[in-house]
Design a protein around this ligand. Sequence first.
Ligand code: NAD
Length: 491
Amino acid sequence: MEIEHRLYIGGRFVPAEDGATLPSLNPHDNTPLADVSMAGKVDIDKAVEAARAAFPKWSRTAAAERGRLLLKLAERMEEHAEELARLETLDTGHPLRDTRALDAPRTAATFRYFGGMADKFEGSVIPVEAGFLNYLLREPLGVVGQVVPWNFPLMFTSWKMAPALAAGNCVVMKPAELTPLSSLRVAELMAEVGFPEGVVNIVPGLGAVAGQYLAEHPGVAKIAFTGSTATGRRIVQASSGNLKKVQLELGGKGANIVFDDANLAAAVNGSAFAIFHNQGQACIAGSRLLLQERIADAFLAEFLPLARSIRLGNPIEPATEMGPLTSTVHRDRVLSYVRVAKDEGGEVLLGGAPPDRSELSRGCYVEPTVVRAKPADRVYQEEVFGPFVTVTTFREDDEALALANGTEYGLGGGLWTANVQRAHRFAREMKSGMVWINCYKRVNPASPFGGTGSSGYGREMGFEAMREYTQAKSVWVNIDAQIPAYYPRQD
Ligand code: NAD
């Protein structure tokens, strides 16, 4: 299959106006996959214009018809699931076993969920004073700009676009410069199933140029962003010109707490998945292990050998359990945190280096890494975004809660315990948008997803996402009220 590498604007694939391109690399060996067009300001203007032109018709299209197209897309994606999974693996380094089992089917499932939602998301009637009917319309916002990172590019097409389109908005999406290929393939599938031209526009480009300009653009009604907290702050500033609505899904530093009454085998396996899935490049990764002192040694005696046994290798091989990080720059950043940990006096319990295997030497690989850390350490406080987990011990519940809540982030966190009272108390008191009890990193299109604090604001998924992509309009109708004249006159 020819890999589509041009911008998708107004229903057509076109090169960037100035001809700029950037190679997208296979992180297994850094060989180029495609030279991808990079949108500049002129291209962003064109994409916003195309979306604005499409909006009046799309927003008035019957919700059931918008839903039908999303359902058709979900089906088409399932027909192309293997191809989408392979493309995602080549571009990102996710193991094929995951892109097959998780990324491709979940992307289709999310488009399907919001396809079904399109004509079931209702306004309401508000009980006001007698004589009046007051009702609430949920209206689409207009053109929505969406900027996404490189860690789950295929899934993010559905997280971001599906609710926006179901609600009647038009979209300009900027994928990450490192991983634009799967979103361009999704654009092709959208065109095939009949999305009208201009409703969706996909414009790969540099963050500081295309992303920044999209966030500033006066023709954009909302900017929905997933990425780092530092960029999130820039997006907020850029949005101020036309006071566009902003939604932010930012970084995380997930606390994963294991109590001494937990099912140890389940906690060990779940905790390894929590951090090592997708090489730890997940905002909801369980990157801080908090272990109750009494079981800490027993836990590590099982956890470390399990982590050591994870099959690291070329992600396109079906047996591979962990692939490379998505870029060399990012691999070096993750490795720099190993040096930080050592400088802070943290003991490296496992890994901390690229694997010593010649066949992986050209890729962006890092071994599963486990480091002891104290709450004040940088590696405990800062998001590493790699296969890098800190271990800290605690004695009692209150100490565990304070440790869990002791960073600027608040995205996802979890605990392993048999004590129901404790489980629900922690669920209430953890500063976290999502809490997992005796599991970790569960995600479903029906369940709201998002954070607090430096992890951002707004929610994706579920009915919450539909609210985020609409605005309320309150309509008053006088049905039989006698309104006394405010300016009574005799004559
Ligand atoms: P990043 O912020 O550098 O980039 C994310 C996106 O923003 C990319 O498309 C990039 O091109 C763009 N961008 C960069 N500078 C910009 C600017 N000035 N204006 C507008 N757009 C700009 O993040 P990253 O390093 O690529 O991604 C990893 C980060 O994303 C991690 O911190 C991770 O926690 C976060 N993340 C959060 C979630 C979530 O749902 N909360 C999900 C995945 C990743």
